[in-house]
Design a protein around this ligand. Structure first.
Ligand code: RTP
Ligand code: MG
Length: 148
């Protein structure tokens, strides 16, 4: 089953949005298979956002993601990578539709509440950056014939 890496960014944690965000993905019908509250080191942040190394905002992005705890998660489900990105909304909250996470809770691009993997390759890479295999659970939810 497809898995993705989702992370409530430091602004979302500070604003008390962990529960709201977890709740949206649970209600959608996806399965939470790993989660932890953690500080991201500069080294890990630079690795995670390596694709943006040459961008002018890279330094600010690393400063921000290391500025306070994040809530790191792995979610599983049918098409969870692309559906989670839709549920997050556009990168810049000013363009994010209402009823998306960034549309409902964000204002500026540098503090946009949540991260989500953008492809199967990114998901695999990011899950391995933030989680050890033994931190991920493999279980069946009761009523799982209704879960995709
Ligand atoms: P993310 O990786 O955090 O899930 O966000 P994303 O895929 O929607 O956007 P991406 O292009 O990967 O950009 C990564 C993060 O960099 C910050 N950013 N700042 N100042 C700027 O113009 C700018 N552009 C992007 C955002 O916080 C974005 O989430
Ligand atoms: Mg991205």
């Amino acid at each position: 089953m497809e898995k993705t890496y989702l992370m409530v960014k430091p602004d979302g944690v500070q604003r008390g949005l962990i529960g709201e965000i977890v709740s949206r993905f649970e209600k959608k019908g996806f399965r939470l298979v790993g989660a932890k509250l953690m500080h991201v080191s500069r080294e890990t942040a630079e690795q995670h956002y390596g694709e943006h190394k040459e961008r002018p905002f890279f330094g600010e992005l690393v400063d921000f993601i290391t500025s306070g705890p994040v809530f790191a998660m792995v979610w599983e489900g049918e098409n969870v990578i692309s559906v989670a990105r839709q549920m997050m909304g556009s990168t810049n909250p000013k363009d994010a539709a209402p009823a998306t996470i960034r549309g409902d809770y964000g204002v500026i691009v540098g503090k946009n509440v949540i991260h989500g993997s953008d492809s199967p390759e990114s998901a695999e890479r990011e899950i391995n950056i933030f989680f050890k295999q033994e931190e991920l659970t493999d279980y069946t939810k009761s009523g799982s014939e209704w879960i995709y």
